[in-house]
Ligand binder design. Structure first.
Ligand code: HEM
Length: 412
């Protein structure tokens, strides 16, 4: 039907229609699909930027919006927020905490509700690193890339991240005021200069990455699982609100032993490990036995937590979310989780290179989760994250998770 018309009229009229079709699709999306579609307000403003632009340039913006408030009421009459993606907020929090602990200053992410450019650099540098590692497996290719590609592409991203860390390290090291953060230990412990400035900078590069992205990923995973499992969510909220009557009751000591909180966190760390591709080990010179196989010295070996944690020979309903497998009742013979190999869970690695931030991470996970669930009720909007579909570049590139929250009313 269209072909004869094109033949008759030529292609130009159809090309001219393209922007109109694109605009119509945007209108349908904004009215019926957009996460903010239920926010009250004039539909003309929802479907086009023109009314806003006209009001803004015409100097009437504040009066127009005030009139909308009178007509449509507040967006959240019962204290409910607009739908928003909660994932960046875990990163804002974890990066700000690490900024404070590591460099003596936050990254201002929570304050400004934006990612510090540093964070984007960090993930870009991880991706670049994966590329570099893969290419190094092919020496001929590596020679070509080393000469012509790395210097311009990958290195550029990695160097940008390194430079940002170096600036922060140098700024903190020049402080005259004593402050009990991680750097203060480096400064006092390094009076003889055992660590070169380069080593300090490299250490802080690792710490910044290891100390924030992992915690943010773990919290994202926990929230995604809770949103998908209303029963577990309700049990956890009940435990927290029953035990902690007022906000000031929330202390690390008070929440450390909460059974269901710990069970939820352990189960999430099992099912959605923040470091699903653990760091390898080199078999020592002369070779050694690894799981019954002789492996020559110099070979790189590792255990993949993602596979171990989902192995049906180790866990009952291995891919299901069951905080109960971490409760004392799981040790009773009648429990379906009785035979689970709980000792196979090592979300922080094992041995001499085990995560040095494990205690900080546990403190952050317990505290942030408790404060969030104690003070707000959460409602899922749209679809939860399909965790298994996210890309892994050593760490996980996370998808958005849209929620709506309502502040709980409590008498302090
Ligand atoms: C939930 C959060 C976290 C998870 C899941 C996690 C997980 C891990 C894992 C699996 C390793 C590798 C261990 C191995 O090779 O056996 C590791 C190493 C490391 N982590 Fe964490 N981590 C977390 C939080 C943190 C925090 C908060 C910090 C710092 C404040 C940190 C600092 C480090 C460092 C420096 C290493 C390297 C240790 C070494 O090579 O000696 N991590 N982490």
């Amino acid at each position: 039907m269209i072909a004869p018309l094109i033949e008759k009229l030529g292609i130009l009229p159809f090309l001219a229609l393209t922007p109109i079709i694109a605009w119509l699709l945007t209108v349908v999306y904004n009215l019926y699909i957009h996460p903010l579609r239920n926010i009250p307000g004039p539909k003309t403003w929802a479907i086009s930027r023109l009314p806003f632009a006209r009001s803004f340039t015409g100097g009437t913006i504040v009066y127009d919006i005030e009139a909308f408030h009178r007509k449509y009421g507040p967006a959240n009459p019962d204290g409910t927020s607009e739908p928003f993606d909660i994932i960046p907020w875990f990163n804002f929090t974890a990066f700000d905490i690490f900024g404070d602990l590591g460099y003596g200053e936050t990254f201002d992410c929570l304050q400004t509700s934006t990612y510090h450019p540093f964070i984007k650099l960090l993930f870009d540098s991880l991706k670049a690193n994966c590329m570099v590692v893969a290419i190094r497996l092919f020496p001929t290719l590596e020679a070509v890339f080393k000469r012509w590609v790395f210097p311009y592409m990958m290195k550029k991203k990695q160097n940008k991240y390194a430079t940002a860390v170096i600036d922060k390290v140098n700024r903190r090291m020049s402080w005259e005021v004593a402050r009990p953060d991680i750097m203060s230990h480096v400064i006092t412990g390094n009076e003889k200069g055992t660590m070169t400035p380069g080593e300090v900078q490299a250490t802080f590069q690792t710490l910044t990455l290891a100390g924030s992205e992992t915690t943010a990923t773990s919290l994202s995973g926990i929230m995604n699982l809770l949103i998908k499992n209303p029963e577990a969510y309700a049990k956890l909220v009940e435990e927290l609100r029953r035990t902690l009557k007022k906000e000031s009751d929330i202390t690390l000591d008070a929440i450390k032993q909460l059974p269901y909180l710990n069970a939820v966190a352990n189960e999430a760390l099992r099912l959605l490990p923040a470091a699903p591709f653990t760091l390898p080990r080199i078999v020592p010179k002369g070779g050694d036995w690894v799981c019954g196989t002789w492996v020559p010295g110099g070979t790189s070996v590792y255990i993949l937590p993602w596979a171990v944690n989902r192995d049906p020979t180790l866990w009952h309903d291995a891919t299901g979310f069951h905080p109960e497998r971490w409760l004392p009742s799981a040790l009773e013979e009648k429990s379906p989780f009785f035979n689970d190999r709980r000792d196979a869970l090592h979300p922080f690695g094992e041995g001499p290179r085990k995560c040095i931030g494990m205690n900080i991470a546990w403190a952050e996970i317990r505290l942030i989760l408790t404060r969030m669930l104690w003070a707000f009720d959460y409602e899922q909007v749209g679809v939860p994250i399909e965790w298994e579909k996210q890309k892994v570049y050593v760490l996980i590139e996370r998808q958005p998770l849209f929620v709506r929250l309502r502040q709980r009313k409590v008498a302090e």
